[in-house]
Design a protein around this ligand. Structure first.
Ligand code: C2E
Ligand code: CA
Ligand code: CA
Ligand code: CA
Length: 279
């Protein structure tokens, strides 16, 4: 029994050690990853739920680590937020996404939008608004076609500060979307308080549309409530025809998900734009 106990302990400590080692490696590599060109963006189409025309894309970051291979943003973004690297990475992503989308606009998709995720940590950067303004000027990107996706946890610490920055961004013409709606603890109070243009229903709700009537009712209620506050609604994580049909029926404005398209490489986006929008 003693031996067995020791064995269990060793397995545990070994796994723990590996997890710590991986974390340290990720932390240390984050600093160099930008310079080494290890990040890239993929783009997931957002379609008009009725006509199914692409109205824009969400830019999603990908990291190919030289030793660890592909690392999910769900793993490294929280680490980059802790270390502060997200400030630089976030600005890189914004610039890259604007450049890419500008090139599609120049190909003929004049009104094509782009949505970029903005981490709460980026609000701690004193020049956040000025930096975003500079990227828009440099890339000659129309601010009205840019949506910044924020989550409700951005304002946990300094609500007044965040509010003032959001207001400044809105004054530039930028649109603000509340991401992952319904998963936080204070969703409702944020809706009226924040200067929002739209909200994205979290995929956990969308994926329950096939389930019981109560869960459908939640989605319907969110859409109705958003519309009464003059907000547009995007459903994320749409995977089935049944979900899309229900969303259409309930007048959801935009849809995004594997049913429509997976996140795509830029080349595939252009092909898709030609096919779907007749570019
Ligand atoms: P998110 O902003 O909620 O992005 C949506 C996630 O859902 C993406 O995961 C997307 O690939 C995935 N998705 C899209 N359609 C479907 C579907 O039909 N079914 C399912 N099951 N999933 C779907 P991804 O790309 O792994 O990104 C994960 C998270 O990482 C994002 O969640 C976002 O919070 C963060 N992230 C990604 N790129 C950036 C970035 O450039 N900056 C920041 N701050 N965060 C980012
Ligand atoms: Ca998002
Ligand atoms: Ca989301
Ligand atoms: Ca999310």
């Amino acid at each position: 029994a003693k031996e067995q106990g020791g064995g269990v302990y060793e397995v545990f400590s070994c796994e723990l050690y590996q997890a710590v080692q991986r974390r340290v490696l990720i932390e240390n590599s984050l600093r160099k990853a930008l310079d080494r060109g290890e990040f890239r963006l993929v783009y997931q189409p957002l379609v008009d739920a009725r006509g199914c025309m692409t109205i824009g894309h969400e830019a999603l970051i990908r990291w190919r680590h030289p030793e660890l291979g592909t690392i999910s943003p769900m793993e490294f973004i929280p680490i980059a937020e802790e270390t502060g690297h997200i400030v630089e990475i976030g600005m890189w992503a914004l610039r890259e996404a604007c450049l890419q989308t500008k090139s599609w606009q120049d190909e003929g998709a004049e009104k094509l939008g782009i949505s970029v995720n903005l981490s709460g940590r980026q609000f701690q950067q004193p020049e956040l608004v000025e930096c975003i303004e500079a990227v828009l000027a440099e890339t000659k990107f129309d601010p009205k076609l840019l949506t910044l996706e924020i989550t409700e946890n951005i304002a946990i610490h300094n609500e007044r500060h965040v509010m003032s920055k959001l207001t400044q961004l809105k004054q530039l013409g930028i649109k603000i979307a509340l991401d992952d709606f319904g998963t936080g603890y204070s969703s409702l109070s944020y809706l009226a308080k924040f200067p929002l243009d739209s909200l994205k229903i979290d995929k956990s709700f969308v994926q329950n549309i096939g389930g019981n009537a109560g869960e459908k009712e939640i989605v319907k209620t969110i859409i109705g409530m958003a519309h009464s506050l003059n907000l547009k609604v995007t459903a994320e994580g749409v995977e089935t025809e049944e979900q899309l049909a229900y969303l259409k029926q309930e007048a959801c404005d935009f849809a995004q998900g594997y049913l429509i398209d997976r996140p795509l490489e830029p080349e595939a986006c252009l092909e898709q734009l030609v096919r779907r929008n007749g570019l």
